[in-house]
Design a binder for this molecule. Structure first.
Ligand code: PMP
Length: 437
């Protein structure tokens, strides 16, 4: 037992008995044994500022969330075949954050399961299968999710796109085909969704659905240009398809101005999928849809989900929503997000390696380039920064097809002092030789 606690022993055991494709962060992985607020602690008590974990949304081990889970765990946990108040309370709370058209919730246990169920709903409702998906997107690990995730089917080990999939351009106003954060760019990228729908139609494949993250997460922290989803959704609906908003990574008030990132684009999806932050680390996810789509799924085939919507999960979900509301965390995400972006923009004006800074609330990206005209990705520089930040006690990752975007999405327990610590550390590191372009 004793030797198992050594990091190298854990690494060896994982390799042998836990499948080699379980990945680890950092060449020298961290052993993390505790978390509190925006901080993680290793086995020696060293503290790290966590700027990665958008799952522990309201803070690691948030006392209100922990207490709600403990209380319900010591009373009852069972499935949804008995009446219980918690599922009603949780549905009411969740629906109160949504546009009124979205009035039916289904509870599941992961983002993948939510997207899998969203596909089933869309297919039943439209009686169609063909999908338009965004280049580079990721929607989960289930078979159906891999089929709609270019990041996987076009990535290492992938089998390419299924024949009922067409990809649309990633609506990236910085590096994409159409550039500039303006309505015109939004319309152009929207038109590309129409192009993909028409390409499917030419193959006699009428559109079932368009699935799109409300901000591209794995795609590289890409904030859609204004009007993009409005234009894309109009084309999808003209073709009789449904619009699925994947809010698994970006939802739950992180964008600051709204509960859901699709609201920043002034659209109402037909289906919304929610995961990661909903349970603050507890496996809890949901699909929210319209009455009409939900009704089409009532076919006589039962939908049963052993863990989905259980009283413990629902107690935890309620506590997370309460923590966002009572802690004023949306306003905090907005203010601090703007502060972080401002700080990053100041660094951008000093260091040419930072080509672009973008974000909504506390979902921020800083793209590293070797040359601001060619946009050649500055991969070595960003890797150096990530390693050096770790040695300063700050955890961050990279994102995007070229792994050159600093991906910032800390727990909302992140403070102004934390932001200052990060910005001054980044400035110091960029000043060092290794990060110069
Ligand atoms: N959709 C998006 C946008 C995601 O980022 C993820 C997870 N990275 C998923 C779906 C899948 O969620 P899970 O890992 O909880 O199955």
């Amino acid at each position: 037992k004793q030797e198992l606690e050594q990091p190298q022993d854990i690494i060896d055991y994982r390799k042998k008995h836990l499948s080699e494709n379980l990945s680890l962060a950092y060449d020298e992985p961290l052993k993390i044994v505790a978390g509190r607020g925006a901080y993680l602690y290793n086995e020696k008590g060293t503290r790290y500022l966590d700027m990665v974990n958008n799952v522990c949304h309201v803070g690691h081990c948030h006392p209100g969330v922990v207490a709600a889970g403990q209380r319900q765990m010591s009373t009852l946990n069972t499935n949804t075949r008995y009446l219980h108040d918690n599922i009603v309370r949780f549905a009411e709370k969740l629906l109160s954050t949504m546009p009124k058209e979205l009035s039916v919730c289904m509870f599941v246990n992961s983002g993948s399961e939510a997207n899998e169920l969203a596909l089933r709903l869309a297919r039943k409702y439209t009686n169609r299968k063909a999908m338009v998906v965004v280049e580079g997107a990721y929607h989960g690990n289930a078979n159906a999710c891999i089929d709609i995730s270019p990041y996987k089917f076009d990535g290492p080990g992938g089998d390419g796109a299924p024949d009922w999939i067409k990809q649309t351009l990633v609506p990236d106003p910085y590096r994409g085909k159409y550039r500039g954060r303006n309505e015109e760019t939004g319309l152009q990228y929207g038109k590309d969704v129409k192009r993909a729908i028409e390409a499917l139609a030419q193959e006699d494949q009428p559109l079932c659905a368009f699935i799109c993250e409300s901000i591209q997460g794995v795609g590289g922290q890409v904030i859609h240009p204004p009007g993009y989803l409005k234009s894309a959704y109009a084309h999808v609906r003209d073709a009789g398809g449904v619009c699925i908003a994947d809010e698994v990574q970006v939802g739950m008030g992180r964008v600051g101005t709204h509960w859901w990132a699709f609201q920043t684009q002034d659209v109402v999806p037909d289906i919304v999928t929610i995961g990661k932050p909903l349970g603050n680390g507890h496996p809890l996810a949901a699909v929210v849809t319209t009455q009409e789509i939900a009704d089409s799924f009532v076919t006589g085939m039962e939908y049963f989900n052993t863990f989905g919507g259980n009283p413990v999960s629902c107690a935890i979900g309620c506590a997370v929503i309460d923590a966002v509301e009572q802690g004023g965390l949306m306003a905090h995400a907005l203010q601090l997000g703007e502060y972080l972006q401002q700080g990053l923009r100041q660094l951008q004006s000093k260091f040419p390696v930072i080509g672009d800074v973008r974000g909504l609330g506390m979902f921020i990206g800083a793209e590293f380039v070797k040359d601001r005209d060619t946009l050649e990705p500055a991969v070595e520089q960003i890797d150096y920064v990530i390693e050096r930040l770790k040695s300063e006690g700050i955890l961050l990752t990279t994102e995007g097809p070229f792994h050159n975007v600093l991906k910032i999405k800390p727990p909302l327990a992140f403070s102004k002092q934390d932001a200052d610590f990060f910005l001054s550390s980044l400035e110091m590191i960029l000043t060092e030789q290794g990060a110069q372009p």
